[in-house]
Ligand binder design. Structure first.
Ligand SMILES: Nc1nc2c(c(=O)[nH]1)N[C@H]1C(S)=C(S)[C@@H](COP(=O)(O)O)O[C@H]1N2
Ligand SMILES: [Mo]
Length: 419
C-alpha cells in the first residue's frame, strides 16, 4: 500500500475536493498523514459514514471521481464466508447477474496468489502438438462471451437431512451468474491437434489443492477457457487468471487457476470423482459422473428469515435454472403444493443461466407455504422432496434439487420447512 496521500488516482477523500470541511474530511486528512492509517481510509465505505450525510446534498459539492468504484455506504449485502466457501446473498440480488464481489466461492485449499505474466497453460498427452500457452497467447484466440451460472454440487446439501438453512443464502447460496469471456476450449484443442484415441481430458488447477477432474471430450462443445468475468479480468476467487467453464455442469468441473489439460483415453478416477462428488443410492451403488445440474428454483422473496410486514400485495420473486438448457416454465404454490399458478418469466431466458420469475399475490394474513418448481426445456420437472427421496434415499450430500418450501406464519415471519 502506498503511503503518500498524494498518490495519483488514490480514491481517498481529500478535504480539498469536498467544499466545507466536515468531520469526516478532517479525520481522513489526519489519518492519511499517519501513513499506515491510510490503508484504513482506502477501505472506508463510499464516500463516508452515514453520520456524515449532509442535511441537504444540493448544498455541498459531491465527492470527486475515483479510479475504482465502491458501493454506497448504505448497502451491506455480503457473502457468508467460512474458510473454504462463501455464499451469495440471493435474497439481496435483483435481475440475474451476480455482482463479481458477491459471486459465491468454493476452494479446497484457499485462493492462490498468481502473477498472470508467469502463468502458463500446458496442453499435453494424446495431442499431436503439445502446447504451453501464456495468458497473452490465449487472449489472441477468437473470443466469446456468455452468461452462465456456476453452481456447487453441494448447494442445498444440508437439506437432505431436514430443513437446515435459515435463509435462502444458507439453502441456495452456492450458485451465482456472471458473464464469462474466454476462448472456446475446442479452438485451443484444435490447435494442439487431438489424437484419435483422445476421449477424456484431465483438467488441473494451480492452487494448493491442485484440484483435478476428468471430463469427457464428446460433451465439451460449450466449454470455455475463461479469463474475464462481468467485463473485467476474473476475480482471484473465481480462478484468476484462467478457469474452465463447463456451462450447466457441477461447479467442481469448472477448474479454477487452470494450468494443465492432459488428453487421455479414459477417466483418471481422481479424488473429486470417486471419494467426492458421487451420490450413494439406497441400494449401496453410487452415482458417478452426473455432471449436469438438474433443474432447480427457489423463491428469494419472501424467503427464510424475512418478514412479510402486513397482509396485502406481495410480489413473489425468485430464480430458476437448469444445467440442461433453458427454463421452460416455473409454477408457484402458496398452499404447500396443493395448487399451482404459472409464474411470469423475465427475459432473457438463457441456457444454463438463472432466470428471474415473479408472481403477483395477495397475502390474507393466514399461514401459507410458498413453493416454486421449475420445468426445463427438456421437460424435466423439479421434484418434490418426497419424490427425490423416494428415488435417491437420504445418503447423499450432493445434487439436492427438491422443491423448497417457505412457511409464512401468522406474524408474517418466514421459515424453512419441508412438507
Ligand atoms: N483449482 C480449483 N478449481 C476449483 C475448485 C478448487 O478448489 N480448486 N473448486 C471447485 C468447486 S467445488 C466449485 S463449486 C467451483 C466454484 O467456483 P467459484 O468459486 O468461482 O464460485 O470451483 C471449482 N473449481
Ligand atoms: Mo463445489
Amino acid at each position: 500500500m502506498k503511503k503518500s496521500r498524494d498518490t495519483p488516482g488514490s480514491p481517498m477523500i481529500d478535504a480539498r475536493h469536498i467544499g466545507p470541511p466536515t468531520r469526516r474530511a478532517f479525520l481522513v486528512g489526519a489519518a492519511s498523514a499517519l501513513g499506515a492509517a491510510a490503508a484504513h481510509a482506502l477501505l472506508a465505505p463510499w464516500p463516508g459514514r452515514a453520520a456524515d450525510v449532509p442535511v441537504d446534498p444540493t448544498r455541498v459539492p459531491g465527492a470527486p471521481a475515483t479510479d475504482y468504484g465502491r458501493r454506497s455506504t448504505f448497502e451491506h449485502a455480503r457473502r457468508l464466508a467460512t474458510p473454504q466457501r462463501s455464499r451469495t446473498p440471493l435474497q439481496a440480488l435483483h435481475g440475474i447477474v451476480t455482482p463479481s464481489a458477491l459471486h459465491f466461492e468454493r476452494h479446497h485449499n484457499g485462493v492462490p496468489f498468481i502473477d498472470p505474466a508467469r502463468h502458463r497453460l500446458l496442453i499435453h498427452g494424446l495431442v499431436t502438438r503439445p502446447l504451453i500457452l501464456t495468458m497473452d497467447e490465449l487472449k489472441q484466440f477468437p473470443s466469446t462471451s456468455r452468461l452462465a451460472f456456476v453452481e456447487c454440487a453441494g448447494n442445498g446439501g444440508r437439506e437432505w437431512q431436514g430443513p437446515a438453512g435459515v435463509t435462502v443464502q444458507d439453502t441456495h447460496g452456492l450458485t451465482s451468474v456472471s458473464e464469462w469471456t474466454g476462448v472456446p476450449l475446442a479452438t485451443v484443442l484444435r490447435e494442439a491437434g487431438l489424437r484419435p484415441e483422445a476421449s477424456w481430458m484431465l483438467a488441473e488447477g494451480s492452487d494448493a489443492a491442485a484440484m483435478t477432474r476428468s471430463l469427457p471430450l464428446a460433451r465439451m462443445d460449450t466449454a470455455l477457457l475463461c479469463y474475464a468475468q462481468n467485463g473485467e479480468p476474473l476475480r482471484p476467487e473465481q480462478g484468476y487468471p484462467l478457469r474452465l467453464l463447463v456451462p450447466g455442469w457441477e461447479g467442481n468441473t469448472c477448474i479454477k487457476w487452470l494450468r494443465r489439460l492432459k488428453l487421455v483415453s479414459a477417466p483418471r478416477m481422481t479424488r473429486e470423482e470417486t471419494a467426492k462428488y458421487t451420490d450413494l443410492m439406497p441400494d449401496g451403488a453410487a452415482r458417478q459422473f452426473t455432471f449436469e445440474m438438474d433443474a432447480k428454483s427457489v423463491i428469494t422473496a419472501p424467503s427464510g428469515g424475512q418478514r412479510v410486514r402486513k397482509p396485502g400485495y406481495v410480489e413473489i420473486r425468485g430464480l430458476a435454472w437448469s444445467g440442461r438448457g433453458r427454463v421452460g416454465q416455473v409454477d408457484v404454490s402458496v398452499d404447500g403444493g396443493r395448487s399451482w399458478r404459472v409464474a411470469q418469466l423475465q427475459t432473457p431466458v438463457l441456457p444454463a443461466c438463472h432466470t428471474r420469475f415473479r408472481l403477483d399475490w395477495r397475502w390474507d394474513g393466514r399461514e401459507a407455504v410458498l413453493q416454486s418448481r421449475c420445468t426445463d426445456e427438456t421437460g424435466y420437472r423439479q421434484p418434490a422432496r418426497r419424490e427425490l427421496v423416494a428415488l435417491r434415499g437420504v445418503n447423499s450430500y450432493y445434487h439436492y434439487n427438491a422443491i423448497q418450501s417457505w412457511k409464512i406464519d401468522e406474524r408474517g415471519d418466514v421459515h424453512n420447512v419441508q412438507v
